[in-house]
Ligand binder design. Structure first.
Ligand code: GLN
Length: 194
């Protein structure tokens, strides 16, 4: 298994550290030629979604990655990564637009933008959740399922091989969300060989 982490900007090092801890091979995606190696799963980290979207286009990474996601490549989008996958972004333009959710950016306001809670994640149980100028999922379509809520707002969802969290699982000690994602990757790889 080989996981690519989009490393244009933002919190990609923390995802790499988590995969390192779990003993999973991974590499950084910075340029088109980075996609020449086997890619079984993709992580879109937190950061600034508008900057990442611009760089994805400038570096010609947008189309190959969007095509791969559409073809079922497992993807974990955290925070800004959630925004990149959303089919609708309130007051803004979607980027990959592959997931049937509407994201509200900076949804908790500037003052209360960062906080930490423990909440239930469907299929995992209680986990720590760290929010940093986070979005939430304002609306969810038929194709996606909400997996976690904080204060009545949906903060995690899954649609087939796409998994998103408004919080930053890579910043907490619990590897549970990454393990959940790696199970999706495992399933995808098994399907590919059978
Ligand atoms: N507010 C950022 C955005 O809209 C996301 C914040 C984050 O990823 N920590 O892109």
């Amino acid at each position: 298994m080989n996981i690519g982490i989009l490393a244009l900007q933002g919190a990609f090092i923390e995802h790499a550290a988590m995969l390192e801890h779990l003993g999973i091979a991974h590499f950084e995606i910075r340029q088109l030629h980075d996609l020449n190696q086997p890619l079984d799963g993709l992580i879109l980290p937190g950061g600034e979604s508008t900057t990442m979207a611009k760089l994805l286009h400038d570096l010609n990474l947008f189309t190959p990655l969007q095509t791969a996601i559409r073809n079922g490549l497992p993807v974990l989008g955290t925070c800004a990564g959630l925004i990149l996958l959303a089919a609708q972004v309130e007051g803004g333009k979607p980027c990959f637009g592959t997931m049937d959710i509407c994201a509200r950016r900076n949804a908790y306001g500037r003052q209360l933008g960062s906080f930490h809670v423990r909440e239930n994640f469907q299929g995992i149980g209680q986990i720590p959740m760290t929010f940093i100028r986070a979005p939430y999922i304002k609306a969810i379509g038929n194709k996606a399922n909400g997996l976690a809520q904080v204060n009545g707002r949906i903060v995690a969802a899954r649609q087939d091989n796409q998994l998103v969290t408004a919080f930053h699982p890579e910043l907490d000690k619990s590897p549970a969300v990454h393990e959940y994602f790696l199970d999706i990757v495992q399933g995808f790889m098994q399907k590919a060989v059978s």
